[in-house]
Design a protein around this ligand. Sequence first.
Ligand code: NAD
Length: 482
Amino acid sequence: MSGIVRKRDSLFIGGQWQQPTSAANISWVNPFTEEVFGSLPAASERDVDTAVAAAQSAFASWRDTPAAERAATLHRFAETLENRAEERAQLVSQENGMAIELARFAEGVAPVQLLRYYADLVASGAADQEVRQSQPFPGVTRITRKPVGVVAAIAPWNFPAILSMFKIAPALAAGCAVVLKPSPETSLDSYVLAEASVEAGLPAGLLSVVPGDAELGRYLVSHPGVAKVAFTGSTRAGREIGKQCGELIRPVTLELGGKSAAVVLDDADVDATVQGLAAASFINCGQTCYASTRILLPSGRYDEFSEAIASMAASLPVGDPMDPSTVIGPLASDKQRERVLSYIDLGRSGGARVLTGGGTPDSQDRGFFVEPTVFGDVTPDSEIAREEIFGPVVVLLAYDGEDDAIAIANDSAYGLGGTVWSADVAHADAIADRMDSGSVGINGFSLDWNSPFGGVKDSGVGRELGPEGLAAYQQTQSVFHN
Ligand code: NAD
């Protein structure tokens, strides 16, 4: 294949660069240039077998490595990865079109911060053991938290580096070994991760990378050597993985889709709110699981807010994702663009009004772009108000009174993110408490490494981040002292 910018010939398995056992290749195009960007070998089932076996043998000694030593190793890993942060951010931006300033933080810096956070958490020892007074009989019980074993970590293409690290950092900190299956479109950046792990002296086999498609993912999920599955991706795939794990009685964390509500309260300041919504609703071109893509407005201020939101969306800088001033780059693939455009058609034909956007931008002569799009006159039961579009498309819904706002916000199959916008933080907090969602932001949305993140309903099962994210890779043993 000619014109390939980045090419890899080997696979990182068991701490070594190995020749793939199949001739199958993965290649993909840069969504801005529409030219073939990268090519690498697809792992085969045999490669997965080798990776799992190496992980099992690494786990046998890593599980008994003292927490302080595990933490020191993770700190070295953080350092070697930090040296490659800019390179990794640029790779991701070229793989999936993410605006470079966002990639610098989310895909470059944040994975390093997560390694450090979990290293410090296990080094503190707080999570390892506790002794409780027994009930009803006298005595004490010692509770130990042990690593679950080999983890199959499966990541999507929208935030490949950080979502992989949501799993790798707590799993390694807990004493587990990881086999990572990145998304086929965004596997190249995980080569940087692998190289940094070697440079940091991570024991061989503790981390392997097996690029491949859904079929390879299925094989990994049900592999007899895997003890736990951690998945981020679509609700459709999550349902299938959940079924497989149910059959196998295998612990699983599922971080899935969303259609989160932004509840704008009557007292919200229009400028501050609309500026905040630019990030909360359009982050990564709307290809963000927790994005606030349903904006609920008080009917008395509907016109004022809808005008301001439409003009904010129209002013978002669209362009080359490698240009630091860009906010809206292309969507990650042609397929994703087609999917988003078909939802826009559905919105129009269902009677919703396009307030801005609604097509592909004239300013761009190449790239998988969709204009930031705002739909008004949307009814809560329409497809565009209920289904995850995963693009730069928001819908505006009017509500009458806060009970109505809560009813609309909670009338969703999903429950992952959400935001409340108000001048009165205590009041916004009370509204957040009534939302059926795993996480809610007040006057903005930002993840917190120290607090759990995850969904309810079709948005998933289990939590990542915080001490809860570590617990997801541990199982407890109770020793009763009679
Ligand atoms: P996807 O489900 O198609 O694929 C995700 C990953 O799973 C890929 O690596 C894919 O190869 C693999 N896969 C797919 N089917 C599988 C199966 N049956 N068994 C094992 N592996 C399988 O999702 P996507 O299109 O890559 O990502 C977009 C979706 O991810 C959106 O729905 C988005 O909301 C969701 N997402 C959720 C979160 C979260 O934290 N909740 C974060 C980011 C993205």
